[in-house]
Design a protein. Structure first.
Lengths: 335, 336
């Protein structure tokens, strides 16, 4: 039971000079729902393709269900159901025929294949449209059929690439609930990639944030935000009546307040990041200095900020000079 | 006891089901054939080829009497071969028609084999199933060839059957052999174009690009290749007036061999020899060589010997295209 279902070791994929996936190490245990998060072009799809042996890694190994995906893809594909980000079906065939075809390819006996297809369509809630041509299907229905396609082979692992792309919010919720339910009932391991943290957060046990081919961080969402809090959990922004001239005379003093970590000034707004919630102290400080405080706002870190924060960190890491990073940050804030 | 019965029942059902599992490859071929038969493209081509066949048969059957009475012709006794080749000049015979319709058939069946799957997003889905990657290519190729073979064989059988019914002359074994060799050659010829168009469909992502390229290659070989060769011959070969008889012959041989680089030339050479038993050589023959020859049809084996290089060439070209497709496709990244 202990052995991991998916184990990626030092996976690298280069397209010419570009490193799409850079030394990726990832372990996913049985029965887990793992969310691979990252912006477009981060290398999520490439990683998934390597797990299925649809593309060869430049170096490193991808072991899935104990088989090497590069050298023994058939054994992997028998156990893994994969739904690509843009699922396509044969338009000239009905949904049921499409499904039966995939069922047959997976070696389901002829006398059971139709029965099983109908069963799976029932599971994903498409039994009413079984005899419709797939060309008439909406995006959401296609996604569902894609899931049916994955389930018909009774996989051990499901890999979903951007499963929520292009579905309306209620559809997304339903879809994700369905995935979670299936995973819990049948003990399936699920790997899903997405760039929507909110959606992934609803279902995933664990997420990994993946930017420019590198896994920046992995863990459950609470752990991620805790990581973030060490950098600066609370941000208080104070708006003052007059425009502040830089350098600000009180900056040094404010910095002395102990918990304050970072101060950034834009026009008449001062943003103060601190380790603990010291809003009252800050307000008192401003009042004592005789500044006209127009508003005080405490910023809460949402999931988007977690996401943003990691990408931002990644951006500043790229700058060898810290100053240029700050300028970049400033210009971002201006927007 | 009951549980035992249930057990044995489940066991037997398992055995039954094991027998009816079909290999993925067969499933794929079946699906491809169904796709071809239902596609408009194939129906249009079927009608086109059916009409040419009927037209050619009509012309040849109305001129059959004259051809059979022509005592100068050593082939006149091969009634069914005559049926395939006789013409009064208003329409070319069927095998000549086929030399330029065959490519069209092959191209239209194979031109969107891989890239349409890719554009529809079905390729990734298909490749995520436990199916060997080459099975997809092979199933595309085999299914098209099966369809083409059925088409040609049934046309030929219809022709023979109608001939038997109308004329009442029994067909000879040699004629059967020759006609089926002709069918076999036609299938290989279509197979070559099929292989080429599948190769192009892997190479190019857009169906339109691969179709235009395939048609471009076909036009080049049917129209421009001869023109280019004629120009080249005029430009590079010395004036025949200053050459000896032997030199002219050897140059002629070179030109003919260059012409044979075009698959349509190979096909025409091979089918002509097969369908006209009196053809003894595909190149020029000197008077000395002709001296002792009796103007009579050659036996099947001899005709086969004459066209063997052509058959090999066609097969090699087909295999080459297909092997190249394999090479490109097998290690390619599947992504939509």
């Amino acid at each position: 039971m202990d052995n991991p279902v998916i184990q990626l070791k030092g996976l690298i994929k280069c397209y010419g000079p570009l490193k799409a996936v850079d030394d990726l190490n990832l372990t996913i245990k049985r029965g887990e729902i793992f969310g691979l998060l990252g912006p477009n072009g981060a290398g999520k799809t490439t990683t998934i393709l390597m797990m299925l042996g649809l593309t060869e890694p430049s170096s490193g190994t991808a072991m899935v269900c104990g088989h090497n995906a590069t050298t023994n893809p058939i054994a992997v594909k028998k156990k893994v159901g994969y739904m690509p980000d843009s699922v396509g079906f044969y338009d000239s065939m009905t949904a049921l025929e499409n499904l039966i075809y995939i069922g047959r390819l997976n070696g389901i006996p002829e006398d059971q294949v139709k029965e099983r297809s109908l069963e799976v369509m029932e599971t994903v809630g498409l039994s009413a449209s079984a005899s419709k041509k797939t060309s008439t299907f909406s995006r959401g229905m296609k996604q569902r059929l894609g899931l049916a396609d994955v389930l018909i082979k009774q996989p051990e692992v499901i890999i979903l690439d951007e499963p929520t792309l292009g579905i309306d919010p209620s559809g997304v919720k339903e879809f994700l609930t369905l995935i979670r339910q299936l995973s819990r009932q049948q003990g399936l391991t699920v790997l899903l990639s997405s760039h929507h943290l909110h959606q992934v957060q609803q279902v995933c046990d664990r997420v990994g944030i993946f930017v420019e081919g590198k896994m920046l961080v992995e863990g459950d969402i609470n752990q991620l935000s805790r990581n973030l809090f060490t950098h600066g959990a609370y941000v208080v922004s104070v708006t003052i009546k007059d425009r502040i001239t830089i350098p600000w005379e009180h900056q040094g003093e404010l910095q002395q307040l102990g918990e304050v970590q970072k101060i950034s000034i834009t026009d008449n707004v001062i943003e103060i990041s601190c380790h603990q919630d010291i809003t009252p102290t800050i307000v008192r400080f401003f009042v004592n200095k005789g500044l006209d405080v127009m508003g005080v706002q405490k910023k809460e870190y949402g999931l988007d900020d977690i996401y943003q924060k990691y990408f931002e960190n990644n951006l500043t890491e790229h700058d060898t000079n810290g100053k240029s990073g700050r300028i970049l940050q400033k210009s971002l804030f201006k927007k | 006891m009951e549980s035992l019965a249930v057990f044995s029942k489940s066991l037997s059902s398992k055995n039954n089901s094991r027998r009816t599992i079909s290999a993925p490859f067969n499933v794929m071929v079946g699906k491809e054939i169904a796709d071809h038969i239902q596609s408009w493209r194939f129906i249009v081509l079927l009608i086109l080829i059916g009409l040419t066949f009927l037209g050619a048969m009509y012309v040849s059957s109305s001129n059959l009497r004259a051809a059979l009475l022509n005592t100068q012709d050593p082939d006149r006794l091969y009634l069914y071969l005559k049926l395939l080749t006789t013409t009064d000049g208003s329409l070319p015979p069927f095998h000549v028609f086929l030399s330029f319709l065959g490519p069209l058939l092959g191209i239209s069946l194979g031109v969107d084999a891989i890239n349409s799957e890719q554009n529809n997003g079905t390729l990734t889905r298909l490749m995520a199933q436990p199916v060997y990657r080459d099975n997809l290519l092979l199933s595309k190729f085999v299914s098209s060839l099966v369809v083409v073979s059925y088409l040609f064989v049934s046309l030929t059988l219809l022709m023979i059957g109608t001939g038997l019914f109308v004329m009442g002359v029994p067909i000879e074994a040699e004629e059967v052999l020759r006609i089926f060799s002709f069918v076999f050659l036609s299938i290989i010829y279509v197979g070559f174009w099929l292989g080429l168009s599948i190769l192009l469909s892997i190479k190019f992502r857009q169906t339109a690009t691969s179709a235009l390229t395939a048609i471009g290659i076909w036009l080049f070989f049917t129209v421009f290749y001869q023109i280019v060769m004629n120009l080249a011959v005029k430009a590079f070969l010395p004036d025949p007036q200053y050459l000896s008889q032997l030199d002219i012959l050897s140059y002629n041989e070179i030109v003919l061999n260059l012409m044979r680089l075009a698959p349509s030339q190979l096909y025409t050479d091979a089918t002509t020899t097969m369908l006209m038993p009196s053809v003894r050589s595909l190149g020029p023959v000197t008077m000395e060589q002709m001296a002792g020859a009796i103007p009579s049809p050659l036996p099947y084996k001899e005709s086969m010997m004459i066209v063997w290089p052509q058959v090999t060439g066609l097969l090699a070209a087909t295999v080459f295209c297909f092997a190249l497709s394999y090479y490109i496709f097998m290690r390619r990244e599947i992504r939509c």
